[in-house]
Design a protein. Structure first.
Length: 209
């Protein structure tokens, strides 16, 4: 079962939201206000620390056929893509338990990512050393980026204009223009790039080896 659940941390006593407050800070506060150790056998002191996860918020679940290996939200938060290797890619709406789009294929895809506008998505195919773009509304293939060497990972620029891919046991990194499919840059290193990320202004690429 795959789905979305809204979670919110609330304090049992006052119903207030607690955001990113380390538990040891809460313990220190409780010790001061209790006038002694929080580990005393006084139930009134222990109940101050009672915190729960509020699971009453709206959620939705989808019955995905197969084991999901990659999942992604669309930028506008209205759709979710799920990828089951050697089986399918499904696009789901947060308003419906049924898939709005399904692409069935028997290839070894491993990751799915939406473009910045949410109208297309990218899915890697490590079996065929390629990255393919799809129309998120129709499921039509838009473009394929491929190389003879093994595809390791990829990253999309924030504006969606560029795509970086890492290939092979050596760090061969290509930068592609998405619209034309042209390879613009080639970078090589002795270490394999296992992950990539564009800087916020899309002028730099950081690599992890």
């Amino acid at each position: 079962m795959t789905g979305v659940l809204d979670l919110r941390l609330t304090h049992l006593k006052k119903g207030k939201s607690w955001l990113a407050v380390p538990i040891f800070i809460l313990m220190a506060w409780m010790a001061m206000f209790a006038g002694g150790s929080i580990f005393q056998n006084d139930d009134r002191q222990r109940e101050i620390a009672e915190i729960q996860v509020d699971r009453t918020a709206r959620g939705i679940a989808w019955n995905v056929e197969g084991k999901v290996e990659s999942i992604a939200f669309s930028p506008d938060g209205t759709k979710v893509a799920t990828l089951v290797p050697n089986s399918r890619i499904d696009i789901w709406s947060l308003q419906s338990p049924e898939a709005v789009l399904s692409i069935l294929e028997n290839v070894g895809r491993s990751e799915v990512v939406f473009g910045p506008e949410g109208d297309w998505f990218a899915a890697s195919n490590k079996d065929q050393n390629s990255l393919q773009l799809w129309n998120a509304q129709t499921g039509e293939p838009l473009r394929t980026f491929e190389d003879p060497t093994r595809l390791v990972c990829f990253a999309l620029s924030h504006d969606g204009r560029w795509i970086a891919t890492s290939h092979g046991d050596r760090a061969i990194i290509y930068v592609w223009e998405r619209e034309s499919g042209k390879r613009l840059r080639v970078y090589e290193s002795n270490d394999q790039a296992k992950c990539l990320a564009f800087s916020p202004d899309d002028q730099q690429i950081v690599i992890g080896t």
